[in-house]
Design a protein around this ligand. Structure first.
Ligand code: ATP
Ligand code: MG
Length: 229
């Protein structure tokens, strides 16, 4: 499969049950993401948001229903193509004990120092560059990275990645309202032509999302815009 510049997703009646679990974690979920759209998945803890994201990355495959990526079944794609087409920022961003540069290069091996620096500035991490620039050692044995900083590094990786589909699992969790606002603006500005799925607990700040899906107990219970919800 050739590398695609665009990504659309279509889920039709998708259900998924974890092994040895009595009840499905995802129940009859249908949703559409057009190329270039930004949608949010909203819902309380345990409702299935991260599980749904994991179905998109094929960490698991649903037992029922279909998932199409650019109108082709997700199961048709080889692993390498999927990794090129989507970048995922998980709830716990992994920081390697390595330089800032190497922590970012894993998302974009060809990126120049200028591009890396620019991504760090966009996510508001300029302060990390103060002492040793991109050579600053972070993680174990280096500069300690707070939870908020970890999420920003995850975001910087997503901004640097060439994938047309960005999946973000609660990138603003634990951040103050002002920082959350900045990050949502940043997404809007720098991911305009990309397709984005943003997972979050809160409806606030989602005014610019094309569509918001509210989940409860594995189902989509509401769908609309910030205005209509
Ligand atoms: P949060 O907002 O707390 O991150 P979530 O909406 O992302 O929650 P999920 O992590 O998708 O929720 O979990 C959905 C349900 O599936 C929960 O009941 C959870 O306990 C269960 N679950 C999650 N991962 C597994 C797993 N690996 N094996 C079995 N059950 C799981
Ligand atoms: Mg989750």
């Amino acid at each position: 499969t050739a590398f695609a510049e665009q990504a659309s997703l279509s889920l039709d009646n998708v259900s998924f049950t974890y092994e040895k679990q009595p009840f499905p974690a995802i129940k009859n979920v249908s949703l559409n993401l057009q190329s270039g759209e930004h949608i949010a998945l909203l819902g309380r803890t345990g409702c299935g948001k991260s599980t749904l994201l994991q179905l998109l990355t094929r960490a698991w495959d649903p037992q029922q229903g279909t998932i199409l990526l650019n109108d082709r079944p997700l199961t048709d794609y080889d692993e390498a193509t999927l990794r090129e087409m989507m970048v995922v920022v998980t709830q716990r961003v992994h920081i390697f004990s390595a330089t800032l540069r190497n922590n970012l290069l894993l998302a974009a091996p060809d990126a120049s120092d200028e591009q890396l620096t620019s991504a760090l500035i966009k996510v508001g991490l300029d302060a990390l560059l103060e002492q040793d620039g991109l050579n600053t050692w972070i993680g174990e044995g280096g500069r300690q990275i707070s939870g908020g900083e970890q999420r920003r590094i995850g975001l910087a990786r997503a901004l640097l990645h060439k994938a047309p589909l960005i999946l973000l699992d609660e990138p603003t969790e634990g951040l103050d309202a002002n920082t959350e606002h900045q990050i949502l603006m940043l997404l809007k500005e720098h991911c305009q032509h990309k397709s984005v799925i943003l997972i979050t607990h809160r409806l606030s700040g989602l005014e610019r999302m094309n569509q918001i899906y509210v989940m409860d107990a594995g189902r989509i219970i509401e769908q609309g815009t910030h205005h209509s919800l």
